[in-house]
Design a protein around this ligand. Structure first.
Ligand SMILES: NC(=O)c1ccc[n+]([C@@H]2O[C@H](COP(=O)([O-])OP(=O)(O)OC[C@H]3O[C@@H](n4cnc5c(N)ncnc54)[C@H](O)[C@@H]3O)[C@@H](O)[C@H]2O)c1
Length: 338
């Protein structure tokens, strides 16, 4: 094992650690949570109490958390017992949420198995479930005491899911790490081939960027919001397309629009914005969407981050230079039409 870094998130100690595959399960796990795709990735002792969830966002609802809590009670877990969740962001969000509730907070260790969960979801303490169609409406801030990562486990992750994670990697590099951006540019073949060595470097760097922002701002009152780069545009496109656009593809398209807005506002140099857009295209992402710009704008207006009729956007002004701006809807419509 290799400790990537130990953090303190709002008073909670948390650390990210690289492990070999066979060592991923904590020895003192009292309750194991996974979904039916990820359960077989982790070897575990016979008889271990476990909850196997339905995979995917549709299952990110209260009844899944209820199952975890009921089994924790039945098994007589104490506050110092470990609940271990192994899966993508859905499993890690729900396991940590259940852990935050059980006896007002028991020990939680997470094993992210998707790239998105490794570089983003499992670290930083946001937990939760959806409420009907409303994403992440119910939750808590409760960082896992340890996030155990093994890039080798990404071997069988479906390509669409891998690309969802890569979208967040591109975002993280633009927000906070010039060396990561270079690595992504220079080692594209290896990244797309999921070379575990290159992936370990990428994941390590993403964790350092996210961890630093969360240490400074667990509850997203300030700079943690940078992590939403591309998301306001992207979520709206996902919704309008009725989720034909996947999350990662939407975020990268959204970063293209955020770059366009930055250039029009005179924040970013056109040459740099073009360079970033070319990188997205080189990775096979689409920067043009056939969806109606007016419909996308309407979807963004539903977004909760509004102030005096203007919408809040995270804009890249340059490498690792991110701004938060409130934009006029008419201006945003012009950007969407571009
Ligand atoms: N807490 C946070 O800070 C945070 C940040 C970003 C996203 N999220 C949440 O994360 C969720 C998305 O996470 P996700 O993209 O990992 O989706 P997911 O959890 O639905 O996983 C995607 C699919 O891949 C499967 N899978 C995962 N790992 C696998 C592997 N190694 N091999 C084969 N199949 C595997 C899963 O079973 C699932 O079917 C959303 O609910 C989102 O709200 C949370």
């Amino acid at each position: 094992m290799e400790i990537i870094k130990s953090f303190t998130f709002g008073g909670f100690p948390s650390r990210a650690v690289l492990y070999d595959k066979q060592d991923l399960l904590p020895e003192d796990t009292a309750l194991f949570v996974a979904d039916s795709h990820t359960k077989s990735l982790i070897s575990r002792p016979e008889g271990l109490a476990e909850v196997i969830l339905t995979p995917g966002e549709e299952g990110k609802q209260w009844d899944a958390v209820d199952k975890i809590l009921k089994l924790a009670m039945k098994e007589g877990l104490a506050r110092d017992s470990v609940i271990c969740g192994a899966g993508g962001g859905v499993v890690t969000d729900m396991t940590a949420f259940a852990g935050s509730l059980y006896m007002r907070g028991c020990r939680v260790i997470l094993i992210p198995t998707s790239l998105l969960a490794m570089v983003d979801a499992a670290l930083g303490g946001k937990t939760g479930i959806d409420a009907g169609v409303y994403k992440n409406m119910i939750g808590s801030f409760y960082p896992a005491e340890e996030v155990r990562i093994c890039p080798e486990i990404l071997g069988d992750l479906p390509e669409k899911e891998y690309r969802n994670g890569l979208g967040e990697v591109l975002k993280t590099a633009i927000i906070g790490d010039a060396a990561l951006l270079n690595l992504i540019k220079e080692r594209r073949e290896s990244v797309l081939a999921r070379d575990p060595e290159v992936l370990a470097q990428i994941i390590r760097r993403c964790i350092l960027v996210k961890g630093a922002l969360v240490e400074e701002d667990l509850r997203e009152k300030g700079r943690r919001a940078f992590l939403n780069l591309g998301h306001t545009f992207g979520h709206a496109l996902e919704a309008v397309s009725e989720f034909r656009w996947s999350h990662g593809a939407g975020v990268v398209w959204g970063m293209g629009k955020a770059l366009e807005a930055s250039v029009r506002l005179g924040l970013a140099k056109p040459a740099w914005a073009d360079e970033m857009k070319q990188l997205f295209l080189d990775y096979g992402y689409e920067l043009e969407a056939p969806e109606d710009p007016v419909g996308i704008l309407e979807a963004m207006k539903m977004d909760k981050k509004k102030q005096r009729g203007k919408l809040r956007y995270i804009l890249p002004a340059g490498p690792q230079d991110i701004r938060i701006e409130f934009l006029d809807p008419d201006f945003v419509l012009e950007v969407l039409k571009a």
